[in-house]
Design a protein around this ligand. Structure first.
Ligand code: SF4
Ligand code: SF4
Length: 120
């Protein structure tokens, strides 16, 4: 009896095909709760470091002097904590996945030079 049930399951699975997709050759399925990857709009960043302070995975480095914001994408767990603490709303989670990589990927973004006011 059990062999019969197993054979039926094997047959069903053979007909249905694989339950998984061949990512990255096929695009990943996106649902309303998909957490893809973190993105920054550096134009609005003031390099306050609040995102770094509230990151549970220690994935962000901020350098106010050099005006750089760096993310270790292998450490980021896409929890969204930094997004909610950013006072300038410059962080967001994009619902697409980054291409697979075999080594840690650091994204370093340098902000624009601050505008200097000329003396009248
Ligand atoms: S919290 Fe926002 S404004 Fe502050 S450093 Fe992070 S990204 Fe920039
Ligand atoms: S999404 Fe979470 S883990 Fe990723 S950088 Fe922001 S706070 Fe850190």
């Amino acid at each position: 009896m059990k062999v019969g049930v197993m054979a039926l399951n094997v047959l069903k699975n053979l007909i249905k095909g694989p339950a998984t997709i061949r990512y990255p050759y096929q695009p990943a399925k996106v649902t309303p709760v998909t957490r893809g990857h973190l993105v920054i709009n550096i134009e609005n960043c003031i390099f306050c470091g609040l995102c770094r302070m509230h990151c549970p995975a220690d994935a962000i480095e901020v350098n106010k002097q050099e005006r750089t914001w760096q993310l270790n994408q292998f450490q980021c767990i896409i929890c969204g904590n930094c997004v909610s603490y950013c006072p300038k709303d410059c962080l967001s989670i994009k619902q697409t996945y980054l291409p697979p990589s075999a080594s840690a990927t650091y994204v370093t973004i340098t902000g624009p030079e601050p505008e200097t006011k000329e003396n009248p």
